[in-house]
Structures are given as structure tokens and as C-alpha cells.
Design a protein. Structure first.
Length: 648
């Protein structure tokens, strides 16, 4: 009986703006599935969409549609993209699936009956885009969301709570006893520091909403809908048969690895294991939080016009060029910066020059010098053994890298063999051997060795760039099933195998011309998805001049800046407003250094009621502007003006 392996992508928010950052994780998970299948595992891969919540309800209303109707179209487009990318998923779970909604209600009921869910009043700051609640101390300047930088809304409503705090010690013990549970390892320290330590510690979690209706109804209280994280996270259970196919569920659960973006890892390593503990279900073996793909070190966004879509890359250069770049260029656990020129340089150097050229030279020489027939005459020299040794050792390096999902390292090991094979061509000089009839057997041995190294390459690259693997094998005249273990042995091509010369698999690019060509395609797609419409202004309700007069905004000089003793994102600023000195706590540490601030003139709201932020009193608020991508800048005056001047 084969070993089981269950792997998941995140349960994605349904967006019609899937750029290469979203594609990144799904491509990686697909590569892991193919790799594990080649190793002999029975693999089940899940992906899907999280379709409930306030932001879906509001967006559908803007479009004049029902929420389900709105998300149906988007889900079809996502599936089309995954098909275009040849993503081999086994189940696409939607949180609106009826069997899933039934599971969510049963899970909620079980947690309530156990006493792990209770009703209370909730007051806190809510970020609709992130569907996250935040305490005052966690917010950025101007009560902005610490994750996305957008404004939050103070919410007060009746809510059901999950006793997350009850599982604090069990979670910490999990991290201690199973350090492999969170990867990369440094993310564990982030979780403990940000959510377990400090004055507030791990707090109970609001798990229902009553201010909107688009969601799974709480089974015993229809005024409430189940909040996103119990709903979305339990998709991992439904997709594998929980509640309907217990044999399949028991065969594959617990998950071997959940892959998620770093922005949602806290839900998967804190909330999710606590829920599973409460349900008495086994925990996943690992949660891997990968980094973001940025555009020239900036987050991709339609409003900035810097989004790179996968479709134009696939159309112009093929799916394997995109997959190879995503998996080779970036270290999977860290952020990486996408640059179209860098993409084309990698395509030229690795795919065209190294691999494409090796295949073309090998097949051409076999066709020219031996009528297209591969034969091993076993006339060897010392450097033949070096090529053979490297060829059969690469598989161990690939397996070692893939154990920790180091895709880039795995591909670099394969390319080490490709580069060594190209060097072997130069060492053996087949074109010289072909001129001497006495060297015919040696020539055939050299050509055989090159074909064999390419055969092994074709096995090793299959999980990452399947189409290219198949093209290699077709030109080498190989047929039949690709067996992973065959990469451990040199010399498996049968004498008499006939090559079949084909097209160049990766033509070299004229980078300057191709950048222009790509930009035209990508910009056309961006424009079509923006619909040639301006983004809707997020304007608040109009006020009168009397309302404005209530605000006391003044020019202040920053005298000194200290770190907050209990919060990494907060500064404590000493400011001077005329003759008045005050202390303000501000969440601008991610955006400014102390040196940037001291001596600067800023605008301060003076008559804001004093509050304590993580135990330190803040008397007033520094004004700042932020965009929808999280960029923040402190506001000031166009020209220098004395401290204490009033804004009117």
C-alpha cells in the first residue's frame, strides 16, 4: 500500500486580479505534488476559495449582483488559470459548497457544546479587506491595519468567541516539541513575540459576525454568521472527505504540509491548531509560510500599474519558462523581487544557453554523425567518469533540498549537471572525433554519455517543468513511464534508440525587443482588468464647517524619539507645540528612523482624547497619509512655519 501525502495551497480570496504573486504558491505546491508522486506517494492536493464575508458582500452589491453569482464568475477564471498552468490539483474546495457549510455548522456546534465557544460583546477595530480584528495597541498610525495599512473601523457588536487563550500553553508546547511544525524556522519567533508575549498575550477570538449576512449561519443563532477563519480553515477538512468520506479522510489526514503566504501564517499556526486541538483531531505536520513576490522591491498593485500577470508570460514564453523562473529565482521562505529583464536573462542563460543548447547540440550531432542512432561503444576517458558520477549523485541533492521545499537549491543541483555536460562537449570535442574513422567508437561513446546525462536531467526536471521534460525525452527518442529511481543509474538508454530532432525548445531572446513586446501585452491586460475606470474614492460622510472647527490641528516640532518598550512598531515621540510639550505614541516605526523625525515639523491633532497604547499614554495624534498598498507618509506644511501654528 502506497504512502499517503496531503498537501494544500491557501484557500484563496476570490479575486479577478491573480498576478504572479498568487501563482507562485500554487506552482510550488504543484511541483511538490509531482515530486512526491514520483517518489511513490499517493498524493492529494487541495486548493480553493474562501468566498464568505463582508468584503464579498459589499463588492457584489457594488456590482449589482448576488454574492454567490459574483464569486461564481471569478472562481471559473481562477480554474481556467490553473488549467492554463497545468496545475494538477485533486479537489477545488469552495467555502460556499453545501457539504462544507454543513461541516462548518457541525464544527461550530461541537465547539460550542464543549464550552470552547461562548457569547459576549465585542469592541475592536476591524479591517474589512483583511477580515481581521485588531486591538488599539496593534494598530498603525491613524488606526490603520498593521497588515495592509488601510483604515480600520471601530466595531461594537454581539459576537461568539472561541477560547483561544485556553490553548496558549498547548500551542507553545507544540512549537517547542515540534520545531519542524513552522517553517521557515524564524517565523516561529515572530509568532511567539507578536501574539503570545506582552501585556495582552493570546486573547480569545471573535468567531461570528452579526453586522452582515453573507456567510454560514450559526446553527443555534441565525442572527450570526460564522466568521471567516473557522469557515475558511476547515476547508482543509472538507476537501479531504471530512463529514462525507471518512475512509478518505482517515487515509490522508493529518495534512503533511499547508503552504500559505506569510501574511496569513498566524491564522494557520495559532488559530488552526487550536481549533483542531479542541476538535480532538490530529494536527498537520508542517505549515510553511512563503514570502511575497514584489515588483522591483515594491508590492504589486493594479492602482500602481506594476502588476505582472502570468497570462502574457505564458502566451509569449510558455508555462515552463514562468514556472522555472518562479521556482529558481527566489528563496521560497523569503521575499523576492520580480523584474521582467531578470526573467528574460534567466530564460536566456539557463533555459536557452544551458539546457536548450545542450539538447540541440547533442541531438544534432547524433543525427549528423551516426544517422540519429544512440550507441554506447564503451570507449571511455577519465572525464567520462566525472560526468557519470555527477549525473547519478544529483538525485540525492534534489531530494535533500525538496525535504525543506528549497526549490531553488534543487534546480541549481540539476543545472550543475547540465553545465557539466556542456563542459563535457568541449572536453571531448565530438566534431574532431568525427573527422577520424578510427575514433568512431569513441565518438559514439561521447554521444551516448551526453544523451544519458540528458535522460537523467529529463527525470529530475519533471516535477518542476513537465513540458520541457517531455520535449527532451521526445527528441532523445525515449518513451514509456518516467521513473524517479532511474535517475540513480547511468546507462539505461538502449543501444539503437533513434533520436528525433525537433524545434529549439527555448529560443534566445532579444531582451530589449522582448521587454517592449511583453509590456504591451501586460499593460493591455491590466487596462482591461481596470476596465478603463478610475478607482472609486473611499470618501467618508460629508461634514460641516462646524464639525471641522472641533478639530484642533497644529504644527509641532519633534524634540525626541524613543522606542516603545513593549511594541516593535511603536515610537514614543516628545513634541513641542508652541510652549506646550507632549508625548505621543505613534505606529510609524516601520516607515521612519529616529533620525528622520527629530527636528522635523509635523501636524498633530491636539484635542484627541488621551489613550494608553501598550501601557504608555499618548496625548494627541500625528497626522499621516496612507495609500491602499500600505505606504505611509507623515503630513506637514509646504513651507516652514513656527511650532504651535493652527491649521484652519
Amino acid at each position: 500500500m502506497s504512502k499517503k501525502f496531503y498537501i494544500t495551497t491557501p484557500i484563496y480570496y476570490p479575486s479577478d486580479n491573480l498576478h504572479i504573486g498568487h501563482t507562485y504558491c500554487t506552482v510550488a505546491v504543484d511541483a511538490v505534488k509531482r515530486f512526491k508522486k514520483m517518489q511513490g506517494y499517493d498524493v492529494f492536493m487541495t486548493t480553493g476559495t474562501d468566498e464568505h464575508g463582508q468584503k464579498i458582500e459589499e463588492k457584489a452589491k457594488e456590482m449589482g449582483m448576488e454574492p454567490k453569482e459574483y464569486v461564481d464568475g471569478i472562481v471559473e477564471n481562477i480554474k481556467k488559470l490553473w488549467k492554463m498552468l497545468d496545475i494538477d490539483y485533486d479537489y477545488f474546495i469552495r467555502s460556499t459548497d453545501k457539504d462544507h457549510e454543513k461541516n462548518v455548522q457541525n464544527i461550530f456546534q461541537k465547539l460550542y457544546d464543549k464550552g470552547d465557544i461562548y457569547k459576549d460583546e465585542y469592541e475592536g477595530y476591524y479591517c474589512t479587506p483583511c477580515e481581521s480584528f485588531w486591538t488599539e495597541s496593534q494598530l498603525g498610525e491613524g488606526h490603520t491595519c498593521p497588515d495592509c495599512g488601510r483604515p480600520t473601523e471601530l466595531t461594537h457588536e454581539e459576537s461568539y468567541f472561541f477560547r483561544l487563550s485556553k490553548y496558549k500553553d498547548k500551542l507553545l508546547k507544540l512549537y517547542e516539541d515540534h520545531p519542524e511544525f513552522i517553517e521557515p524556522a524564524f517565523r516561529k519567533n515572530e509568532m511567539v513575540k507578536n501574539f503570545f508575549e506582552g501585556e495582552e498575550g493570546l486573547e480569545d477570538l471573535s468567531v461570528s459576525r452579526s453586522s452582515f449576512d453573507w456567510g454560514v449561519k450559526v446553527p443555534f443563532d441565525e442572527k450570526h454568521v460564522v466568521y471567516v477563519w473557522i469557515d475558511a480553515l476547515s476547508c482543509y477538512l472538507t476537501a479531504i472527505g471530512f463529514g462525507k468520506d471518512e475512509k478518505q479522510f482517515n487515509d490522508f489526514w493529518p495534512a503533511n504540509v499547508h503552504f500559505v503566504g506569510k501574511e496569513i501564517i498566524r491564522f494557520h499556526v495559532i488559530i488552526w491548531p487550536a481549533i483542531l486541538m479542541a476538535l480532538d483531531l490530529p494536527l498537520p505536520e508542517k505549515v510553511f509560510g512563503h514570502g511575497w513576490i514584489l515588483f522591483d522591491n515594491d508590492k504589486m498593485s493594479k492602482s500602481k500599474g506594476n502588476v505582472i500577470y502570468p497570462e502574457p508570460i505564458i502566451k509569449l514564453y510558455g508555462i515552463d519558462a514562468l514556472k522555472y523562473f518562479l521556482l529558481r529565482e527566489f528563496s521560497f521562505g523569503s521575499d523576492g523581487s520580480f523584474n521582467i529583464e531578470k526573467f528574460m536573462q534567466r530564460l536566456n542563460s539557463d533555459l536557452a544557453n544551458d539546457l536548450g543548447n545542450l539538447l540541440s547540440r547533442t541531438v544534432s550531432m547524433i543525427s549528423k554523425y551516426n544517422d540519429g542512432v544512440i550507441e554506447d561503444k564503451n570507449v571511455c576517458e577519465d572525464f567520462d567518469e566525472d560526468l557519470k558520477d555527477i549525473s547519478v549523485s544529483v538525485i540525492d541533492e534534489v531530494e535533500k533540498a525538496m525535504e525543506h521545499y528549497q526549490f531553488s537549491n534543487a534546480l541549481e543541483a540539476i543545472w550543475k549537471l547540465i553545465r557539466r555536460s556542456n563542459k563535457y562537449v568541449d572536453e571531448s570535442e565530438p566534431w574532431v572525433l568525427a573527422k577520424d574513422d578510427d575514433k568512431k567508437d569513441r565518438l559514439n561513446t561521447v554521444l551516448y554519455n551526453l544523451a544519458e546525462s540528458l535522460r537523467i536531467v529529463s527525470v529530475l526536471i519533471y516535477p518542476f517543468i513537465k513540458e520541457t521534460s517531455l520535449k527532451l525525452r521526445e527528441q532523445l527518442g525515449l518513451s514509456g513511464e518516467i521513473n524517479w529511481e532511474d535517475a540513480r543509474t547511468f546507462g539505461l538508454i538502449e543501444d539503437g534508440t533513434k533520436v528525433k530532432k525537433g524545434e529549439v525548445i527555448f529560443p534566445r531572446l532579444d531582451i530589449e525587443k522582448e521587454i517592449e513586446r511583453f509590456n504591451e501585452e501586460n499593460e493591455a491586460l491590466l487596462k482591461s482588468r481596470l476596465g478603463n475606470k478610475e478607482e472609486k474614492d473611499d470618501l467618508k460622510e460629508e461634514i460641516t464647517i462646524d464639525d471641522f472647527e472641533k478639530l484642533d490641528i497644529r504644527v509641532a516640532e519633534v524634540l525626541d524619539v524613543d522606542n516603545h518598550p513593549k511594541a516593535d512598531k511603536l515610537f514614543i515621540l516628545k513634541i513641542k507645540v508652541g510652549d506646550i510639550e507632549r508625548q505621543i505614541v505613534s505606529g510609524i516605526k516601520d516607515y521612519y528612523s529616529k533620525e528622520d523625525l527629530v527636528g522635523k515639523k509635523v501636524l498633530v491633532l491636539m484635542n484627541l482624547k488621551p489613550i494608553k497604547l501598550r501601557g504608555v499614554e499618548s496625548n494627541g495624534m500625528i497626522l499621516a497619509a496612507s495609500d491602499d498598498e500600505g505606504k505611509l507618509t507623515i503630513t506637514s506644511t509646504l513651507e516652514d512655519i513656527k511650532s504651535g501654528s493652527k491649521i484652519s
